[in-house]
Design a protein around this ligand. Structure first.
Ligand code: MOS
Length: 727
């Protein structure tokens, strides 16, 4: 079905009359115990153990050409089976949308750490030894640019990301209060627990890969395209994925390389990236430089909203960190301006990392809003409340559903915001300075075409099949809940099978659209099954109640397994329609944080944090809350510790391991409270849910730096707020 304009309300009726009551209910992830006990094999753990093993040789120059790879010498080393230097290896990591720039010159090096050859040997140790010792000659270019702010960097300004509305200069000049400030955020890495890995094998012309990927429907096409074969010759399996956060949206270098090597050797090949390779050769989040301009009149009403950015990527890449995504629709103000520049640099490819755009864009915007509130003498919550626009301030569209104001007011009440001293540096606990800060959250909501097959077996058990992935988000569990609710069966009668391109094509895990999109496909398939069951009972599906394996219609009750004579199968198919454009779809929220900053050492400890969100129907209260916990923890990392450091000489990533790239650990994270406000979004999709995952990170880090300002009077605009910036 196509989602066109507002959803037909007969859809609401089925779910709002829930007889099982499993949708929305806190339900533990079914894959959780399998993952933590090692029973869920990740890609790198599949296979027989007899595969040949590939290890990458990677460039040690920032820019130039590989003049020669001495394969003959490498082939003499113990156990070495092949050295693959195929040009297709050198593709930059794709972005999940097959928009990767084609490599013109196969020996071209564009960044330090780029894979240039794959050494394949009998064992990992042999492959690694040979990869470290293989003689490589380079012709290094002398014009590498590794710093986006280097004047020599070529700058692209994509047309679609520049905008002016009204006259921001005049509005700034005439403002009662204004902010014009520049913020910087560093390169970051998704640092998913499971490193990128592939096991590839060929059966004649058919390729099977087990790989750590998020978006199988795109990945299959990307891989077929890279190998020059038809997609129907490619099968990808990714039933269990240990986190992605965007880094597995597209193909990482192991996928194509393992497939090429397996073909060359006519033998299965395993390639598992090391942690350093994950950091250097998959995907980084771009560093950003952002200028935010805000102006209010003497009533505190915004009159100007400006957000300019310089981000970076490799030459030719189309992705650029869209930092102004939320700025466009969050607040009022009739004079608006955006400028967006992409500096072309010889650094690891930049791509999507959790909430690309908002995650770092809102660090700047929400930090600036806090500064404006302070200057204007308006409470930060009140400033936001009074600047919630009636309609989208740039295109006049209505919002699909938006409990933004409730998130702000209920969050403030729950957090005890009224106890905050607005004067910075006034609250002490021994040598600790205490501060409270807040920030808004917003993240666009997306529906993606998805299919799912639901088989109702004659014994009243169910199998759900789609090539959708579960990257730790809860897909297995949520899809079982939807099928269970719709067909009136307990969860232990429902098997969900994911992560196999032989199954119907799902949306993939990305952009926080997964649960809503594939969940809608499962919902639609189950609706078809309900009407088939009704036919069997000579009734109408509206008259049919399915609960605990029993079908009831009028006075007739029948065990579902007795009503069924054979398996029933239905495919659900959801496609975004005109509803995508008719209104503005987004999730909203508010973050509140209390920090303690040590007045002697400059160390910041987060003492408590609250996130209040509105994101349509919540499909599983536990997995949704966990997603927001993850986002808020990401926010703590962005605010306080996470920073990829590029060597100024060649752009290489200096801290390419989890010992030196500091993600928060348990001791860094206090009690995190998450509250979802009841909401249905009738425009979003048939199950009226919106994306949750990336909403939790958007704005989170700014609540912390705003709390640091309240604690210390120090306004940190250069993320992360490490100790040296607070002394
Ligand atoms: Mo997300 S960055 O779209 O996996």
């Amino acid at each position: 079905m196509t989602a066109h304009l507002k959803m037909d309300t007969t859809h609401d009726a089925v779910l709002d009359d829930m007889v099982q009551g499993v949708i929305g209910t806190e339900t533990v992830r079914s894959d959780g115990p399998l993952k933590v006990t090692g029973q869920a094999p990740y890609a790198g753990e599949t296979g027989e153990g007899t595969e040949a093993v590939g290890v990458f040789v990677r460039a040690t120059i920032a820019k130039g050409r590989v003049a020669s790879v001495n394969k003959a010498d490498a082939m003499k080393m113990a156990g070495v089976l092949a050295v693959i230097t195929d040009a297709r290896l050198l593709r930059n990591p794709a972005q999940g949308t097959a928009n990767t720039a084609p490599i013109q010159d196969p020996s071209e090096v564009a960044y330090f750490g780029q894979p240039i050859a794959l050494v394949v040997a009998e064992t990992f140790e042999q492959a690694r030894h040979a990869a470290q010792n293989i003689p490589i000659a380079y012709e290094a270019a002398t014009d590498a640019v590794t710093d986006p702010l280097d004047g020599a960097a070529r700058i692209d300004r994509p047309d679609g990301k520049q905008m002016e509305q009204g006259d921001i200069e005049t509005a700034m000049a005439e403002a009662a209060f204004s902010v014009d400030a520049t913020y910087t955020t560093p390169s970051q890495n998704s640092a998913a627990m499971e490193p990128h890995a592939t096991v590839a094998s060929w059966d004649d012309e058919h390729l099977t890969v087990h790989s750590a990927l998020q978006m199988l429907k795109y990945n299959r096409n990307e891989l077929a395209d890279a190998l020059g074969i038809s997609p129907d010759k490619v099968r990808i399996l990714a039933p269990y994925v240990g986190g992605g956060f965007g880094s597995k949206l597209g193909l990482s270098p192991d996928v194509v390389a393992a497939a090429l090597a397996a073909k060359a050797l006519d033998r299965p090949v395993r390639v598992v990236l090391t942690r350093a390779q994950v950091f250097e050769a998959t995907m980084r989040r771009s560093s950003t430089l952002q200028r935010v301009r805000l102006a209010v009149d003497d009533q505190g009403d915004l009159t100007a909203m400006g957000h300019d950015a310089i981000v970076s990527n490799l030459p030719g890449e189309t992705f650029s960190e869209a930092v102004a995504l939320a700025t466009h629709f969050l607040y009022a103000g009739k004079n608006r301006a955006y400028a967006h520049s992409i500096a072309r640099v010889n650094r690891t490819c930049a791509g999507s990392m959790r909430a690309p755009g908002e995650a770092v864009g809102m660090l700047a915007l929400e930090n600036a809003m806090d500064e404006l509130a302070h200057k204007a003498g308006i409470d930060p919550v009140a400033l936001r409340l009074r600047n919630i626009p009636d309609v989208h301030p740039e295109n006049g569209k209505e919002y699909s559903s938006r409990r933004f104001a409730d998130c702000l007011t209920q969050g403030a009440a729950r957090f005890g915001w009224d106890k905050r001293n607005p004067i910075p540096g006034k609250t002490r606990d021994g040598e600790w300075l205490i501060g409270l800060g807040m920030a808004s959250a917003a993240r666009g909501n997306i529906l993606k075409e998805s299919k799912a097959r639901v088989i109702l077996h004659a014994d009243a058990t169910v199998t759900v099949e789609t090539d959708m992935t579960d990257i730790g988000t809860g897909t297995y569990t949520i899809l079982a809940q939807i099928a269970g609710e719709m067909l009136g069966l307990p969860l232990d009668r429902i098997a969900v099978k994911l992560g196999d391109t032989d199954f119907p094509t799902g949306a993939g895990s990305g952009g926080s659209w997964g649960a809503s999109s594939v969940g809608s496909a499962v919902f639609l398939a189950c609706q078809k099954l309900r009407s088939e069951i009704a036919d069997l009972l000579n009734t109408d599906s509206v008259e049919l109640t399915l609960k605990d394996g029993v079908a009831t219609t009028g006075n007739v009750q029948k065990q579902l397994s007795e009503a069924l004579h054979a398996d029933l199968t239905a495919i659900g198919h959801i496609e975004p329609g005109d509803a995508s454009d008719a209104v503005k779809h987004a999730g909203f929220g508010a973050h509140f944080a209390e920090v303690a900053v040590n007045s002697v050492t400059g160390e910041t400890r987060v003492r408590r944090m609250l996130g209040v969100f509105s994101a349509g129907r919540i499909l599983n209260a536990q997995t949704a809350r966990s997603q927001c916990h993850g986002g808020m923890i990401f926010g703590v990392g962005a605010a306080l510790t996470e920073e990829l450091v590029h060597d100024a000489r060649d752009g290489h990533i200096v801290n390419h391991n989890l010992a030196e790239y500091h993600v928060p650990v348990n001791l860094d994270i206090p009690q995190l409270d998450v509250v979802f406000l009841e909401e249905r979004d009738a425009w979003a999709n048939p199950i009226q849910s919106k994306g949750v995952g990336e909403l939790g990170i958007s704005g989170a880090g700014a609540a912390i730096t705003n709390a640091i300002f309240n604690a210390t009077g120090i306004r940190v605009r250069d993320y992360p707020a490490t100790l040296d910036k607070l002394l």
